[in-house]
Design a protein around this ligand. Structure first.
Ligand code: GRG
Length: 296
């Protein structure tokens, strides 16, 4: 109950920051900005920004000047969802409970909305407000880590591998690789961004990175499970889409019971990684458990 309150509060903090930092729909670019805002404000759990804020909190840091970075993480995530839903990729018509960006704005504008959000994210990562909370070295290191995590050696590379693997018999090791790149890298980088902002020392950074890797894994396993067990209404996206597209998933390798055990093990490993932190890391611990228990 306490954690639900924390989650709602943090969600509001992120929503308000997004409303503050995001471009507004006026002038000649109104339609382009409307398309970006449509997907960005369509709902969403705001997990990645909340993770970044919680990692900084675990280090006893204030978080006000981390908000542009938190917003950037959500812009990057939203761009990935818009592009993932395109006809050339997963061809989905429902996301966050609403028609997908390309259904509403057309394919070309949806591509541009994704591109716009990705580029704008780098304006936010280098925003003067963020500069107030960290040294230029820390900011550069953070930007480098995020850029690496979402590029060819991270999310985009993972998406490429994922598309290539559709309908193919792939090994479990290859599935792990795809998940780590496609989903895990941005989640881990979100935690690492908070760690850098909070001035983590080497041991703290390593522990938070390990936490990020494990919750990234748990997140993807649960996503696979929800695709099988969840409803389209709860998920806000088409349930059963993985099987329809012959995607390799955890439930395709293991039965549901074993898949749940593996997700729980990843959550446990994430919580164990936080042993060196005090009660200020409680939100991070609860977030790990929430990732397992969520229904959307
Ligand atoms: C197109 C570059 C590019 C990358 C796409 C993120 C991604 C890679 C694809 C999305 C497909 C998918 C279902 C991935 C699994 C995990 C995931 C990212 C789920 C959606 O994230 P949530 O649950 O969504 O945090 P909300 O809407 O709550 O923000």
């Amino acid at each position: 109950m306490e954690f639900k309150k924390y989650l709602n509060q943090q969600c509001t903090v992120v929503e308000q920051a997004l409303a503050r930092y995001m471009l507004t729909e006026d002038g000649p670019l109104a339609n382009h900005i409307r398309a970006m805002r449509y997907s960005l404000f369509a709902g969403g759990k705001r997990i990645r920004p909340i993770l970044a804020l919680a990692a900084a909190e675990a280090l006893h840091s204030t978080t006000e000047h981390l908000l542009p970075v938190a917003c950037a993480l959500e812009c990057i995530h939203t761009y990935s969802l818009i592009h993932d839903d395109l006809p050339a990729m997963d061809d989905d018509e429902l996301r966050r409970g609403k028609p997908t960006c390309h259904v509403v704005f057309g394919e070309a504008e949806a591509i541009l909305a994704g591109d716009g959000l990705l580029s704008f994210a780098f304006e936010l990562l280098s925003h003067p407000d963020a500069q107030q909370g960290m040294t230029p070295d820390a900011q550069l290191r953070m930007i480098n880590i995020i850029a690496h995590a979402i590029g060819p050696n991270g999310m985009v590379g993972g998406q490429s591998l994922d598309l290539a693997a559709e309908g193919q018999a792939i090994s479990f090791e290859h599935l792990r690789l795809i998940h780590g790149y496609k989903t895990g890298a941005l989640i881990t980088a979100s935690v690492q961004a908070g760690a850098i902002f909070g001035k983590a020392d080497e041991a703290q950074f390593a522990a938070l990175s390990q936490y990020g890797v494990q919750i990234g894994l748990a997140f993807q396993i649960v996503d696979d499970l929800l695709d099988v067990e969840g409803t389209t209404e709860d998920l806000g996206k088409t349930a059963g889409a993985d099987a329809q597209r012959s995607k390799a998933t955890y439930p395709a390798f293991f039965d549901i019971a074993k898949t749940k055990v593996l997700a729980q093990e990843a959550v446990d490993a994430a919580v164990t990684a936080l042993e060196i932190f005090d009660a200020k890391a409680e939100p991070l611990r609860a977030l790990a458990r929430y990732i397992y228990e969520r229904n959307n």
